[in-house]
Unconditional design. Structure first.
Length: 234
C-alpha cells in the first residue's frame, strides 16, 4: 500500500495533505525518512512525528454542517479554528474530504477512508455538489448564461458547465441553486466575480443526493450504512 494511502486510512490527513507531511520529513518507515511513492506493509513500522501508527483500521464516516469562520483542514498554521474542533470526544481520527472556504458553510464529509475521499474529490468522477449561493443585487440572464457555460477564472483555467437556477431575487440580492461537478479553489466566488457579481453567502447542501437536512449549523453526526453505501457507489 502506498504510504499516502496508509496515512489517509489512519485518519492522519487526505492523501494530498499526507504527501506534504512526507515532504516535511514527519513520516518515518522503519526508522528511515519516508519518500513520496514508498510502499508499506503490515510488517513495517510507520511513525508520525515519532508516534507509531497502527496497521489496524476501523473506517469511520461523519457529516458536519460546517459553519463560517473555520478552515477545512486538520491543522492550521495561522492558529484558526478548524473543522476538527467540532468533532466530539467519541469520534475517531478522521480528516475532511475536500474543502469548503473559511467563509463557506454547509455539508462536509469527514472520514479515514482514503478510497472514498479520492472518489468524492477526483474531478474525473464529476460528482455533483449543490450549493445555495447569494449575490449582491440582481443578476441578468446574460450573466447567468455565461456562468452556466463556463468562464475563465484565471489565465488558461476555465470552469466546467454548471447548473444555475434562480430561487429568489429582488433589488438587494439574488439567491440561486448552483450545481458543480468540480471543486477548484474558491470556484463559485471567482466565477461570479468574472461576470461582475459579488457573492456574500455560500452553503453546500448536497453531495449527489445526500442532503444536509436536519443537521444544525456546527453539528456533526455519523453517516448511516445506507448513506455510506450510496457515497461509495456514486
Amino acid at each position: 500500500m502506498r504510504i499516502n494511502k496508509f496515512l489517509a486510512e489512519q485518519g492522519v490527513a487526505s492523501r494530498r495533505e499526507s504527501d506534504k507531511f512526507i515532504q516535511e520529513g514527519r513520516i518515518n518507515i522503519n526508522g528511515k525518512r519516508a519518500n513520496l511513492g514508498d510502499d508499506v506493509s503490515v510488517n513495517d513500522t510507520v511513525t508520525l512525528d515519532g508516534k507509531i501508527l497502527s496497521h489496524k483500521v476501523k473506517y469511520e464516516y461523519y457529516m458536519l454542517n460546517k459553519p463560517k469562520g473555520c478552515v477545512s483542514t486538520v491543522t492550521d498554521d495561522k492558529g484558526r479554528k478548524t473543522v476538527m474542533d467540532f468533532l466530539p470526544a467519541w469520534a475517531g481520527r478522521v480528516f475532511p474530504v475536500g474543502r469548503l472556504d473559511y467563509d463557506t458553510e454547509g455539508m462536509l464529509i469527514l472520514t479515514n477512508d482514503g478510497d472514498l475521499a479520492f472518489r468524492l474529490t477526483s474531478p474525473k468522477n464529476e460528482i455533483p455538489k449543490t450549493y445555495v449561493v447569494r449575490v449582491e443585487g440582481m443578476i441578468t440572464a446574460n450573466q447567468l448564461n455565461r456562468v452556466r457555460a463556463g468562464v475563465e477564472i484565471e489565465k488558461g483555467v476555465v470552469t466546467k458547465k454548471c447548473k444555475v437556477n434562480v430561487t429568489e431575487t429582488n433589488k438587494n440580492y439574488t439567491k440561486m441553486q448552483v450545481v458543480l461537478t468540480e471543486g477548484k479553489n474558491r470556484e463559485i466566488r471567482r466565477m461570479f466575480e468574472v461576470v461582475g457579481k459579488t457573492v456574500d453567502f455560500i452553503k453546500r447542501t448536497k453531495i449527489g443526493d445526500l442532503t444536509l437536512t436536519g443537521l444544525d449549523r456546527g453539528a456533526i453526526r455519523k453517516l448511516s450504512q445506507e448513506e455510506i453505501f450510496y457515497l461509495k457507489n456514486l
